[in-house]
Structures are given as structure tokens and as C-alpha cells.
Design a protein around this ligand. Structure first.
Ligand SMILES: [Fe+2]
Length: 231
């Protein structure tokens, strides 16, 4: 009598790595100061979410788009018919605090890029399976209350150490958070000087939607943006 384990339906996260030189770091710090309010705060919901249009970062965002294409290629997707459109990009800069559990599911693919991390701000990025959809949980909470050790099959969440230059690409619907040790509160922190930004975990966050390159045929991809008309 033998038994065999077959693993099904893994979730793909693609991690890219850039070399970040001093000039790029300085450019990000300047961009933050230009795109933050009088309290030194910058976030998408404060209205600062267009840094992907900044000419200083064309190479960065084209590298990010390439990682997104690598992600799609790993999934077996025909990227020759797809355009990657970055819909927004913004700053999530932290010194002491984390980020609450959330997703970006109004988009298709999301990314986080870390051009600068002070050694005192090394929080982990944590991804979660949907609570109702944890594949190997017979019922909600069973695994969390019974297992003796975590592995790839029983984990309901997974934390990654984040290093300078890392680009994480993941499905926008995948829930995630940043856990800062011993810190429960989450709020936007304030940075008014380059010196204060040098003591931060500097994250550039963004989202993308995928569209067809052409209007020929139909395959459930969104039409090219040039085909959209606003009324
Ligand atoms: Fe996020």
C-alpha cells in the first residue's frame, strides 16, 4: 500500500531585482518631496498616484513592466498579444509602521518596488490566501489551530523578507500586508526632508491592467485603450 501526494493550483508571485544606484535613490527622494502634502505625507488616497509619468523613472517602470511580462510568460500567457498598462503608481514610505491587510482587486496585476530600505526598517511583506478559499483547510480555522509546523502545503499566509531593489509582482486580488513587529496601528507617516527619507523603507506601489494590442477577434481580453471612448 502506497500513497502519493499531488500538489495543485499554486499561486505565482514573481520577484525581480534591480541594482539601485545613488542617483536613482536621490531622484526618488526628490520625487517624494515634490509629491507630498505640507504634512510630508504621500499616498494614493491623498491624490499622489501619477509617479509612473515622471520621466526620471522611465527605465524603472519599463523594468517593472518586463517583470510583469515575465510573470505572464511563466503562466504560459501569449504576451505578444497583450499590452501592460500601468494605471497608477504611488509612494508607501514607512519608518516604524506596517500596512493593514488589503488587496488591489480593481486592477489585474500589482507590484511593489523598494529602491531604498534603511537597515532599521526591514519589515516583511506577507501574502494571504482568501480565508474562504484555503484549499487544504477542511473548514475555516482548522489548519491554524492544529498544525505542528508550517510548510508550503498548509500555510495560509507567507511572509517574504524584502531587500533593496526587489520588485514583487502578484495578482491584484491577492491579499497582503506589511507587519511591523509589535505595531498594531497603521497610518501614513510623515517625511519632510531627504534626511528623514534616508531612515525609511521606501516603497513604490503600482497597479496594471492588461489589454489587447489589437481589436481583431475576441478572447475576453479588454480592448486596446485607444478603442475606448469616454462619454
Ligand atoms: Fe498593497
Amino acid at each position: 500500500m502506497i500513497s502519493e501526494n499531488i500538489l495543485l493550483f499554486p499561486t505565482l508571485i514573481t520577484v525581480g531585482k534591480r541594482e539601485v544606484d545613488e542617483l536613482e535613490k536621490e531622484s526618488w527622494f526628490s520625487a517624494y518631496l515634490e509629491n507630498s502634502n505640507k504634512d510630508g505625507k504621500s499616498q494614493d488616497y491623498l491624490g499622489y498616484q501619477t509617479v509612473h509619468h515622471d520621466k526620471r523613472f522611465i527605465k524603472v517602470f519599463s523594468d517593472i513592466a518586463n517583470i510583469i511580462r515575465n510573470h505572464l510568460t511563466t503562466l504560459g500567457v501569449d504576451i505578444s498579444i497583450i499590452d501592460v498598462n500601468i494605471t497608477k503608481a504611488f509612494f508607501n514610505v514607512k519608518r516604524d509602521l506596517g500596512n493593514p491587510l488589503h488587496n488591489h482587486k480593481e486592477n489585474h496585476i500589482s507590484f511593489t518596488y523598494y529602491p531604498y530600505i534603511h537597515e532599521s526598517c526591514k519589515q516583511q511583506l506577507k501574502f494571504y490566501q482568501d480565508v474562504e478559499k484555503i484549499s487544504n483547510d477542511p473548514y475555516e480555522g482548522f489548519l491554524n489551530s492544529t498544525i505542528k509546523y508550517w510548510n508550503d502545503i498548509n500555510a495560509t499566509s507567507y511572509s517574504f523578507p524584502v531587500n533593496e531593489g526587489d520588485i514583487f509582482v502578484f495578482p491584484s486580488k491577492l491579499c497582503h500586508s506589511v507587519e511591523a513587529e509589535g505595531v498594531e496601528i497603521h497610518k501614513v507617516e510623515s517625511f519632510k526632508t531627504i534626511e528623514s527619507l534616508r531612515h525609511s523603507r521606501f516603497c513604490v506601489v503600482g497597479d496594471a491592467i492588461l489589454t489587447r494590442k489589437s481589436t481583431d477577434g475576441y478572447d475576453r481580453l479588454l480592448m486596446p485603450i485607444e478603442n475606448w471612448r469616454k462619454f
